[in-house]
Design a protein around this ligand. Sequence first.
Ligand code: NAD
Length: 571
Amino acid sequence: MKRETPFPTAQIDPDTGERYLPVPLRGAALLKTPVLNKGTAFSRSEREMFGLVGMLPDHVSPIEEQVDRIANQIHHKVSEMDKNIYLNGLMDRNETLFYRYLVENLEETVPLIYTPTVALSCRHWSRIYRRARGVYVTPRDRGRILEALRCRPKESNPVIVVTDNERILGIGDQGAGGMGIPIGKLALYAAAAGIHPTRCIPISLDVGTDNAELLADPLYVGYRKQRLRGEAYDDFIAEFVAAVQEAFPGALLQWEDFSNKTSFENLSRYRDSLPSFNDDIQGTAAMVVAGLMAATQHIGSKISDQRIVIVGAGSAGIGIREQIATAMVDEGSGRTEAEARIMVLDSRGLIVEGRPNLSPGKQPLALALEAVRDWQIEDHPIGLRDVVRNARASVLIGVSGVPGVFTEEMIRRMALHAERPIIMPLSNPTSHAEVTPASAIEWTDGRAIVATGSPFPSVRFNEKLHRIGQANNVFVFPGIGLGVLTVGASRISDKMFLAASKALSETVSHDLLESGQLYPSIFDVRATSAHVARAVAHQAVAEGLAPPMDDINQRIEAGMWFPDYLPYRPV
Ligand code: NAD
């Protein structure tokens, strides 16, 4: 199969200095190519040159006017789902306009194209399906996955987001519907870090589904078999990774929404073979560490001074523990000392040495028995109440998915020994938060510093307005991707994540911190991504994971695409 030619690159006219795009398409083919289509924005001369006369209404709209038209249309849609479908339709017609609308309306559009609305979109994928986007690979493609990937042109340094659809957000196995996640995440790469959409490749490894409802649905569009498991699954992933390296040299591979087991296995197997990370595990952890850096610096303390309790030992909890320990070591702690300050609980209580039936995956999280020897324990097995009281917790991080597990008694207890308790109920959606910010602030007499997973309104307590920062991974993964791709890092080290966290924490202004907010505002996401990218890129070079280069900052700035139309010239 002949591979399509990559997207044309912008040229500069040597006589006039004008930047333009050499475009090989004409007429209807041009209007139907979303990454090139300008719709009513084609100028009169372009309409002549590209055979578009008669195909468009008379008026030539500048992009600003097109954005107003989109706003008008989207605001007539009633449900979030309809808005999501509408925006995806726009992406399929005119990508420049789609991204321009996104960039100018991030607060409104991020929740529409990603969480929470994308969960609905994945769930109803086979019913709302309209147009092919992204690459689907199934067990039918065994032995020729490389060929399947070559349906995409060989863009230089692309970013791939791949899922096998098994654990989509909080809604489980969605089969082929999981494709909504890579598409949504990559839209954020383009909007938040300016990675051109042609370099963004969504991939669904549709290895079947164990979702009986989908398998019985006559409209289901996926591979209608039970999930591939065991050795056959591992071989499939191995062939896929080798095919990625062959088809897209220099690509960054982001693993997304795999099951707990496969996410850790795939990450540890391939983390060093190519630049690759798992956002659920490492991106989330980098967000949390950034929030802790911002909070502890604000209160004149260090992360390694804290006694940290993580409630939830899944992908997020395990990743968070690992990166907090790395941050403490970076501050000067010994590894053992650092790990002893972090306690992790799962649904069966504190993970501690000697707990019966502790799975091998959780054994490294276990607190030494010695550490709890003198504890006054009321519940068996040791529960959160006992941990908060005995460990004198100063930081409480919730990644359990269980609403309300941070009770009034626990939070009031924290406030007895921590001057500024740091409380992060990160579980999504909003209704699953471990505690509401309003309660956490009230129960600590306004002293708690709170960050959440889902957006929450500000809280007024004793005349003071507390703003609640959202630990949205969009502040970190696009910048990490941009940094890695700019310098061509061969892999992504723990120190690169730490650099990302430090950079992110630096973007939170003193005023925001004073008002209680630990993360920047979504309006600043592009500047934040650029700052994170610079830190990650410099760290990669410092560690010898990328060649030395002295113009990293300029490269990052120049490499960030802003959605606007260039003049076209025919080739
Ligand atoms: P997961 O299913 O892998 O892990 C959940 C963990 O919680 C499991 O270890 C389970 O044993 C534990 N758990 C369940 N009930 C518990 C209880 N009562 N007490 C203590 N532990 C309990 O899920 P995950 O991917 O790790 O995500 C967890 C939550 O974190 C989700 O709600 C997700 O939305 C949220 N999250 C937020 C962000 C963010 O804010 N940026 C990022 C990732 C995940």
